[in-house]
Design a protein around this ligand. Sequence first.
Ligand SMILES: O=C(O)C1=C[C@@H](OP(=O)(O)O)[C@@H](O)[C@H](O)C1
Ligand SMILES: C=C(OP(=O)(O)O)C(=O)O
Length: 668
Amino acid sequence: MFSTEFLDLPPLLGASGSVTLPGSKSISNRVLLLAALCEGTTTIHDLLDSDDTRVMLAALRTLGCGVQENGSTVEITGLGGRLGTAPAKLFMGNAGTAMRPLTAALAVLGGDFELSGVPRMHERPIGDLVDALRQLGCHIDYLGQDGFPPLRIGKPNLKLDAPIQVRGDVSSQFLTALLMALPLVATKDIVIEVVGELISRPYIEITLNLLARFGVQVRRDGWQRFTIPAGCKLQSPKVLHVEADASSASYFIALGAISMGVRGQNGIKIQGVGADSIQGDIRFIDAAKQMGARIESGPNWLEVRRAAWPLKAIDLDCNHIPDAAMTLAVMALYADGTTTLRNIASWRVKETDRIAAMATELRKLGATVVEGADFIRVTPPTSAQDWRAASIHTYDDHRIAMCFSLAVFNPAGLPVRIEDPKCVAKTFPDYFETLFSVAQASATHIPVVCVDGPTASGKGTLAAVVAEKLGYHFLDSGSLYRITGLAATRAGIALEVANQEAIVALLRSLPIRFEGSHILLDGEDVSDAIRTEEAGMNASRVSAFPLVRGALVDFQRNFRQLPGLVADGRDMGTIIFPNAPLKVFLTASATCRAERRYKQLISKGIPAILADLRADLEARDARDSSRPVAPLKPAEDAQLLDNSDLTVDSSVEIVLDWWQSKQPFKSA
Ligand SMILES: O=C(O)C1=C[C@@H](OP(=O)(O)O)[C@@H](O)[C@H](O)C1
Ligand SMILES: C=C(OP(=O)(O)O)C(=O)O
């Protein structure tokens, strides 16, 4: 997951390949709750692991359920419809699928519970559900504003005779919550009547489908009247598989519809969900086809290709696919006219006011957008020149972050900045990694920040922090020379220019892997072994051999991967990435560098003499800057940074400011 302040996505050329998507949020949280409410143990395979399921699991643990996690398989040992007597405070984050159904289940079972969430959850309505539960004799108080969480739940005095009425036009989750909770107390038939037009109906179908898997057959009369049969009982199906999330699939379906194939492959294959999914959001494929995608499907898979281009503008009632429809609004940027998405009033009460948010962000990209109480109308930028590079505000809404990533195919070749990318953790923590696994950009568009400089200038530290802040890959090129020196020495090859061919042959066979800050040589962690003073001197020697440098060029260039790279070394800006958009040449006085090195060694318990260190540094500087091949010198277009009197944080800030000044994003 990218936990950076923002993530800059370079313009993409195309995408192809196969993705396996995480489990459905709607299925995961329903199945978790149903398993928790019934007797016995339920093994759930391919459960979604995200913020929304984590809050549900934490609540179930607090309530006394057995929870055994084993990768994506989770075993729930249910409460058998009985709750402990201890008061409990449950935090539901921003998960509607946890907040609403748990409220209903706890309210009918009774106890002393407080349910709260993030500030936005306290703005998301729950009054219609509370009203329905109060008709049943449940005891629920609002702890903040009437109609909204947080809530306190007490002991009910259940009255099951009269039908209960629930409004269906704000969220279908209220009806879902009642349908899942009422089997716990159905000593007689319980009738639920829906007042007003029921929205998001396919989600009710998921609920009914899963209730049936747990042994409860709800009778229904259209979308108006639902009967929980007397004497029904939730029974564990023992084992369940969660399909991949159809709403998450929408981003990859759109990706297939928008992007050209690359690497001789065509299309995006999506594993884990097929056209026969029980999730209503799978109907997104019909909308995508209408816009021009070619889609094939089989058991648990979809394959999507671009067919019509530009995409075709559509006018669609999206009430049945409220979540996936946001993806259509971004696809509309590539359409041949104006797209209208209707009947989406519920967007206004979700993670954010999604109609307003989509309108604001689409306009930043150059689109013309009209919004109404329950619709959005998107007209794409007229021509490539009308597209704008935008910093997309994401409003802590995972879907805004995910769908706007698709703007990277803009014909103007502009990058897109996604603010607060970690908001995808609500349902798809590895969304961007998954996108990058199938996306391709031209190498020149993948940004590289080069940090070159003499030994002990602090370039490794600076580069690693900058990489972390930008969410970019990190290449410590010096370590490659260190590894080469170490491996050659271990193989008994003297580090002399006459042996450079042997050293290159050895280098080609070296199994080197970077794992975070660890460097593995043939599986052995050599991170410490290559950091000794001796290893540093050996690195300096082999780095002067032209054949060795040549062999390492391609190896280093291959680190230029999406979304970007920060590379530290001595010739990153001059030789390896001459077209890098930002090159920093980092220096510090010899005295200052010798002191830093001295402190470093002493703190590790390694004895050192300051004067000797300084002499070694100066000797190494002289050798590095006078070698005939790739001597150490700033690239012509490098920014010079002397950090003798700067902290690491202030150096990082300076480099990030330089980086920022090169970006085209306008955030307002
Ligand atoms: O029941 C569900 O799993 C959901 C129902 C929908 O909400 P509304 O019924 O509020 O539209 C949907 O937007 C949400 O992401 C999940
Ligand atoms: C509306 C959404 O979430 P929730 O389940 O919290 O309602 C969503 O995932 O788009």
